[in-house]
Design a protein around this ligand. Structure first.
Ligand code: 13P
Length: 267
């Protein structure tokens, strides 16, 4: 069976309420046309606004396969309780969120989201009925030292190694985001990304998470490089930062992903 293709926009700490509403409305309005013939689960499209604008964006999202999905940029590692400043899985579910991005390199670098905390967040999210988009990726120095594969494998095994329940394992998507490619305009080449995706997929298979899991790429994805990255073979879609703040850019990336999904499913 062909793997699901994804396009997810990570809005990061951007957009007050009105621009968030306008952007969500514009994406939702153009989504069906951008999907072309792929009006089903072969292609999943979502956005992750800030916690405070989830309610603003929620009306433009939904649970149907062809609708825009609502994601959160993070989630607490605990279900609920005395954890000042945190937002738990049940609160996100109630807001209409279906999945949480966990372990983004910006959280790892600036907010102390180390491997143990990332693993706890993954468990809390899955237990709380949220799907997980787990981010992994190396620094430029680690790549230059030839450590990039080992770094990514160690992040994967720390975050996912302890998940025993097959139903939970099936709800994890991995996003490879080389840190040196995020917000820099310097995209990994299709060969670099595809090679790492192969490594990630082998690890997922060997850890019993299934060889059929989608693996996404993130890092300076734009409309003009999306098709080339997808053509490399092992890339099942994108986690998009800067380009997701513009409806036309995101929808153009969705169109490239739809063409990929259609070709892969043989339709
Ligand atoms: P850019 O697309 O802005 O490089 O950001 C990528 C990213 O971090 C998505 O999570």
């Amino acid at each position: 069976m062909a793997r699901t293709t994804w396009v997810l926009g990570n809005w990061k700490q951007n957009l007050l309420r009105e621009p968030a509403r306008n952007l969500a409305a514009a994406i939702a309005e153009g989504l069906s046309a951008a999907r072309g013939e792929v009006q089903d689960e072969r292609l999943r499209v979502g956005v992750a606004p800030t916690f405070l604008t989830l309610d603003t964006v929620a009306p433009y999202t939904g649970e149907a396969a062809i609708q825009l999905r609502l994601l959160a940029q993070d989630v607490a590692a605990q279900e609920s309780g005395a954890f000042t400043g945190e937002v738990g899985p049940a609160m996100l579910r109630e807001a209409g969120v279906r999945a949480a991005i966990i372990g983004h390199s910006e959280r790892r670098a600036h907010f102390g989201d180390h491997d143990t905390l990332v693993a706890a967040k993954v468990h809390a999210a899955l237990a709380g009925d949220l799907d997980v988009v787990l981010c992994v990726g190396e620094t430029l120095a680690q790549r230059d030292e030839g450590e990039h594969e080992a770094v990514v494998i160690s992040q994967l095994s720390a975050a996912l190694g302890g998940i025993q329940d097959p139903a939970m394992r099936a709800r994890v998507v991995v996003a490879y985001e080389p840190i040196w490619a995020i917000g820099t305009g310097r995209t990994a080449t299709p060969e670099q990304a595809s090679a790492m995706h192969g490594v990630i997929r082998s690890w997922l298979a060997s850890a019993g998470l299934g060889a059929d899991r989608s693996v996404l790429y993130g890092g300076s994805v734009k409309p003009n490089n999306a098709a080339d990255l997808l053509a490399a073979g092992d890339i099942d879609g994108f986690l998009v930062g800067g380009a997701s703040l513009d409806a036309r850019s995101l929808l153009d990336i969705v169109s490239a992903a739809a063409a990929h999904a259609a070709a892969n499913s043989g339709s």
